[in-house]
Write a protein that binds this ligand. Structure first.
Ligand SMILES: C[S@@+](CC[C@H](N)C(=O)[O-])C[C@H]1O[C@@H](n2cnc3c(N)ncnc32)[C@H](O)[C@@H]1O
Length: 304
């Protein structure tokens, strides 16, 4: 086991707003290979910078874990855009017992504090943000992962449209494993690679997809893992990167999907109706067919 970090950074704070401490270890679950914030021994870290996530339960969980990891007197800087939770960080840290110095800059709120000897309410915030089985999904999930407390309607539309798939395939951006579970109901599927950037979702999927045909990859699907000659691919690609809408992310998923399919292999994709994926599908694939539509989503099957 590697020694606990002396300093840590969560996410990618803008350097002009907050500089990560020298040698800081990355602890965001959205960075493959990062250290797990919840596994850092309490009271061991000197300094931490947190680019705080937007969801309230997730943010309070991260702030509570950061304070737990810091030694008394250790420095914490937490920041976020004002409209994406930044305006609440100060109050949230104060409720944990911190004295906070807050600075507005470039539409963000930057909150600086040092960890007091005594903290309040950490356990409750950590409990609220932990992985759990959500009744609405019947699956392991965690606040902060995609559609964590309800099935995504786009994924449901894709699941309904899917035929019984055959052979070797992949689920790019597999989340907690909703699509993969549906794919694996076909006995003719021989292998399925679940590729996911978010460690929390990746770990939940390992608990949700108990099937020897599945393999799990905590990786950026645009660059890994090494796969080739696949018979099929399913995806409900992300269209947000760091909170901002990013259509190129979905397009990169499609390009990667195309690259690792065999000739004649099929890509099944669901997307919000307004997202411009037809162009890249038509450019790359031999044929593209609309297979389902509804609730603001569309499902395509593209054959290489
Ligand atoms: C729209 S969700 C779909 C999740 C799941 N397939 C489902 O249907 O419920 C997209 C998923 O892609 C993941 N993701 C985002 N960027 C990624 C990347 N570069 N590589 C792999 N996964 C990524 C997100 O964390 C999220 O779980």
């Amino acid at each position: 086991m590697s020694p606990p970090p002396v300093s840590a950074v969560y996410g990618q704070p803008l350097p002009e707003l907050a500089l990560a401490p020298p040698g800081a270890v990355q602890v965001s679950p959205l960075v493959p290979g990062s250290a797990a914030l919840d596994e850092i021994p309490p009271g061991s870290v000197e300094a931490m910078v947190v680019a705080a996530p937007p969801g309230t339960i997730e943010r309070r969980y991260v702030l509570a874990l950061a304070l737990r990891a810091l030694r008394p007197g250790g420095a914490l800087t937490a920041l976020a855009p004002k409209e994406k939770g930044g305006s609440r960080i100060g109050k949230e840290l104060a409720a944990f017992g911190c004295e906070v110095h807050e600075t507005p800059k470039r539409k963000q709120r930057i909150c600086e504090t040092t960890r007091p000897e005594t903290l309040a309410g950490l356990d409750t915030a950590i409990e609220a943000g932990r992985p759990r089985i959500a009744e609405s999904l019947g699956l392991w999930t965690q606040p902060g992962v995609f559609s964590w407390d309800r099935p995504d309607p786009g994924s449901v539309l894709l699941i309904r449209a899917l035929p019984k798939l055959t052979g070797r395939g992949a689920d790019l951006g597999a989340g907690v494993g909703l699509l993969s579970r549906a794919v694996l109901t076909s006995p003719d599927v021989t292998e399925l690679a679940l590729v996911e950037l978010d460690r929390r979702a990746h770990e939940c999927s390992r608990r949700n997809v108990l099937d020897a045909r599945a393999s799990f990859h905590w990786q950026d699907a645009r660059t890994g893992p090494e796969l080739s000659g696949l018979d099929f691919m399913v995806m409900n690609p992300p269209f947000h990167d760091g909170g901002a809408e990013d259509k190129s992310l979905g397009q990169a998923f499609i390009r990667r999907g195309h690259a690792i399919l065999r000739k004649g292999g099929s890509l099944w994709i669901v997307a919000n109706r307004h997202l411009p994926y037809e162009g890249v599908l038509a450019e790359l694939f031999a044929s593209v067919a609309l297979r389902a539509e509804g609730g603001g989503f569309k499902v395509y099957e593209a054959r290489k």
